[in-house]
Design a protein around this ligand. Structure first.
Ligand SMILES: O=P(O)(O)OC[C@@H](O)[C@@H](O)c1c[nH]c2ccccc12
Length: 266
């Protein structure tokens, strides 16, 4: 199972990182960084305004199911494209082995604009929370399917360091755990991390169980403007899109259709 392989690699990478900077060292660095951190605007950026959806654009070079998605992965060019599309916040994959992400992208993107940044990785150790603070992320992904009952502890530690957690769920059981932990921002992943199949039905189905006061983001498998309209009509706060944006970076007709959608088209 690929998720198992991803987590195994992650554990190895963490062991290597800890040999260079111990948990204590990174913890102290995080305490320092949080004192100087900018105001966290992730939540404000993605909360629903009027009837429109907020859009989170992901920097995604590759994925385990699709391989390399964008050969020429130029951070500046992707950033400029997202600004031109009027995106509300960024998601940055930092997982190295299967998504070809990198921690350094966060600093690079922060140097380009003030948009809030979600660090997208497989968080299984507090070490990665401290690291995310040092890297300058505003938000992190906490995957309930991986953390299970540990979610509560990770949530508390992240918020203690002023990170805003996006709590990712894929089924009712995971959603119940997320609600038990009283999280503010819930991400419904349309992709089953075990089979990599996507279906927007997952969002349609789970949305009904989420209280009104939560911020809801639909993630993954959004592959057309039609999909965006479907999700907008469900009354979500935001959607998170990687592959569709990456594949269309040079597609003028896509960009045109997208802009029409954003400016109130049906
Ligand atoms: O490229 P897509 O299908 O638009 O999906 C983006 C994002 O939702 C996806 O990358 C993602 C959602 N949850 C994750 C957890 C880990 C890694 C990646 C992800």
């Amino acid at each position: 199972m690929i998720l198992g392989e991803i987590l195994e690699k992650k554990i190895k990478r963490l062991e290597e990182k800890k040999r260079i900077n111990s948990t204590e060292v990174v913890y102290d660095m995080a305490l320092n960084a949080v004192k100087n951190s900018r105001q966290n605007l992730f939540k404000e950026a993605i909360v629903k305004k009027n009837s429109n959806l907020a859009i989170i654009g992901e920097f995604k070079k590759a994925s385990p199911s699709k391989g390399v998605i964008l050969e020429k992965f130029d951070i500046q060019a992707i950033h400029d494209y997202y600004i031109a599309l009027g995106i509300e916040a960024f998601s940055v994959l930092t997982e190295e082995d299967f998504f070809l992400g990198n921690d350094k992208y966060i600093k690079q993107i922060k140097g380009l604009s003030n948009h809030a940044i979600l660090r997208k990785d497989f968080i299984i150790d507090f070490y990665q929370i401290y690291e995310s603070v040092v890297l300058g992320a505003d938000a992190i992904l906490l995957i309930v399917g991986i953390l299970g009952e540990k979610l509560q502890d990770f949530y508390r530690e992240a918020t203690r360091f002023k990170l805003q957690p996006l709590v990712e769920v894929h089924n009712k059981e995971e959603l119940d755990l997320a609600l038990k932990c009283d999280c503010e921002i819930i991400g419904i992943n349309n992709r089953d991390l075990r089979t990599f199949k996507t279906s927007l039905e997952v969002t349609k189905n789970l949305k009904q169980y989420i209280p009104e006061n939560k911020i809801v983001v639909s993630e993954s498998g959004i592959s057309s403007i039609e999909d965006l309209k479907t999700l907008r009509d469900l009354g979500l706060d935001a959607v998170l899109i990687g592959e569709m944006f990456m594949r269309n970076i040079n597609n003028d007709s896509f960009i045109q259709c997208y802009k029409e959608f954003r400016h109130g088209g049906n």
